[in-house]
Write a protein that binds this ligand. Sequence first.
Ligand code: GDP
Length: 198
Amino acid sequence: MKINTAEFIISNSEVSKCPNEPLPEYAFIGRSNVGKSSLINMLTERKKLAKTSARPGKTQLINHFKINSNWYLVDLPGYGYAKVSKKTKAVFQQFITDYFEKREQLVCAFVLIDIRLEAQKIDLEFITYLGETEVPFCIIFTKADKIGKSKIASNIAAYKKQLLANNWAEIPQYFVTSSSEGTGRDEILEFIDGVNED
Ligand code: GDP
């Protein structure tokens, strides 16, 4: 897919205020610092597209970018933990869960995972939430340039093992990416193209 146009449309925290168009939507989400803005800019070949909407005050919003006038790339806020007494509790803000539970245009979520790290509890919890909510999703491993090929393979194998241990019968489709090297760009855009054509 060639990206001809990529424009920022709107930021908001209410699903009802998201663009009212029947275009397919692909949402990008992950822990903060996972490389989401870099990936969005790499995919769209726009150096500052994601940063534009990451102005202070806008980081905690649902950001809609219209691509080639025929699909939306949706940049969602990172998720985190709340301290509840001595325990930590995963918190997915209400408007984010609203988005996943109500947004009819949503076709697929991309969950970003830093390939260098062992499976993080909060990511596994989020993936479980998506599964329970029956949201189709793929995994995008980020920052692949930071480790060698054999480490990439062993980390992915370890991740698969973790998912299987978390009751996943099969592994979702995944992509290995590096925003600094452009790795994975063609594969992700081809995947989106394929789904849009179905
Ligand atoms: P966000 O908070 O998820 O939007 O993360 P950013 O895109 O702002 O990236 C966080 C940090 O990781 C920045 O310092 C980026 O330069 C760095 N980073 C992001 N993606 C990559 C990548 O593919 N390779 C390398 N080496 N660094 C990356």
